[in-house]
Design a protein around this ligand. Structure first.
Ligand code: ADP
Ligand code: MG
Length: 392
């Protein structure tokens, strides 16, 4: 059918034509934000799930909803090679200028800018990756000790006080939270703890891979009180059906029940995959109805597209040793696997491969669903590896 009308556009963070199966979380977002608006306390939350399940599009919805409510929303993506402070500083600077305007010149916002300048200066000395020029004199003595845990709490307090003064709420949206260092995660938790104690209007909505839950480290007990960690995964059959049928019918076409079942079988309901299958089945179909045959004919295209984009980008970033570890995992099946089992497959000792496992966790490729177990963070990655191995 006409590719111009194709409703399915798989892509990281791309708004799906029909967001299926996430009603509960969207409702929870609404309630959380409305409660904040009403000045009532609300628990922050961090959406946890594998790659391609729809975490980023959910965070985008949170941003949209927050903006509708005239909150000040900040959306950032944590990064392996960039510090949390470097990511936050320019965004908070923008927010403070906005708060200053909102409150028609706010002393609190101005103080916030001075404290932010001090924070950035002191971190510039220690971290070095902050580019921050401010024509404002830094305020000496707050948020500038160089100890992130102490400074971030001070900074959040001042910024949130400025938001309160301006009658608004700050929603801090941080994606890919698993890339924070333990020290950054713990500083973030302690800063939010301070905010909760002072009952100030700032909240966190996060997203990331399952390993982020373990990052809380010593601040774990605070984290448990401060956040919920709703998990998202593949869509149920009925939601997969909705995600496919609704956009197709919207374009005046149809899809057979069998074709939907086939896509579900091929994708197991994983959102990124079903968008990909929908996309290629649409393009290959003569129309106006997408049939089971179309789905089968589209499978090669769908798979090679996933291999070239979704799977490949992750694989390309790995060292030969890391790749060998993943191949060994894939060889023993979809997982999760015991570390010993993987080491045996590699004909190595568990201790000698454990640094590789750690670096793969850091890079967001694998995680530990329970102690001593290892699983892929990318759904169906084992099948991808087994396919590419055959091609070698
Ligand atoms: N609830 C959903 N229903 C249908 N498609 C979805 C849903 N959530 C996400 N998608 C699609 O899945 C793909 C991956 O979404 P994304 O938010 O980038 O995942 P993640 O951040 O978890 O890796 C995107 O193409 C998106 O449009
Ligand atoms: Mg994402």
């Amino acid at each position: 059918m006409d590719p111009v009308l194709n409703p399915f556009v798989p892509g990281a963070g791309t708004q799906p034509p029909k967001m299926a199966g996430r009603e509960d979380l969207l409702e929870r977002t609404r309630i959380t934000l409305e409660r904040m608006k009403a000045g009532r306390g609300s628990k922050s939350f961090i959406v946890v799930g594998l790659r391609g399940v729809g975490k980023t599009v959910l965070l985008n919805q949170v941003y949209t909803k927050a903006t509708e409510l005239e909150f000040c929303a900040v959306q950032i993506e944590a990064h392996e090679n960039k510090s949390l402070s470097a990511l936050l500083t320019p965004q908070l600077r923008q927010i403070l200028f906005r708060l200053d305007k909102l409150a028609r010149a706010s002393e609190k916002a101005k103080q916030g800018l001075r404290v932010l300048a001090a924070f950035a200066n002191s971190l510039k000395a220690s971290v070095g990756d902050i580019e921050f020029g401010l024509s404002i004199d830094p305020e000496i003595g707050i948020a500038d000790s160089g100890d992130l845990e102490a400074d971030l709490a001070d900074l959040f307090e001042v910024v949130a006080a400025a938001a309160k003064d301006a009658g608004t709420v700050i929603v801090l949206i941080i994606d890919e939270l698993q890339y924070l260092s333990e020290a950054e995660m713990s500083a973030l938790i302690m800063a939010l703890h301070r905010i909760a104690q002072r009952n100030l209007p700032l909240m966190l909505v996060g997203g990331g891979l399952p390993q982020l839950v373990g990052l809380a480290g010593n601040s774990k007990s605070y984290a448990e009180r401060l956040f919920d960690y709703p998990e998202i995964g593949p869509l149920l059959y009925a939601d997969t059906e909705l995600a496919l049928v609704d956009p197709i019918e919207h374009e005046g076409s149809t899809i057979t029940d069998q074709a939907v079942r086939d896509i579900y079988m091929a994708t197991k309901g994983y959102p990124y995959f079903l968008q990909t299958w929908g996309h290629f089945a649409w393009n290959i179909s003569e129309g106006p109805e997408i049939t089971s045959n179309d789905v089968h004919s589209a499978s090669d295209n769908a798979l090679s597209n996933l291999d070239e984009s979704f799977f490949r980008v992750r694989f390309d970033r790995l060292t030969p040793t890391e790749r060998a570890y993943l191949f060994a995992m894939a060889a023993v099946g979809p997982g999760p696997h015991r570390s010993g089992e993987i080491a045996t497959e590699l004909e190595k000792k568990v201790e000698s491969v454990s640094p590789t496992r750690s670096s793969l966790i850091k890079k967001g490729m694998v995680y530990s669903p329970s102690h001593g177990d290892t699983a892929f963070t990318v759904p169906m990655f084992d099948e991808y590896l087994n396919r590419t191995k055959r091609d070698d």
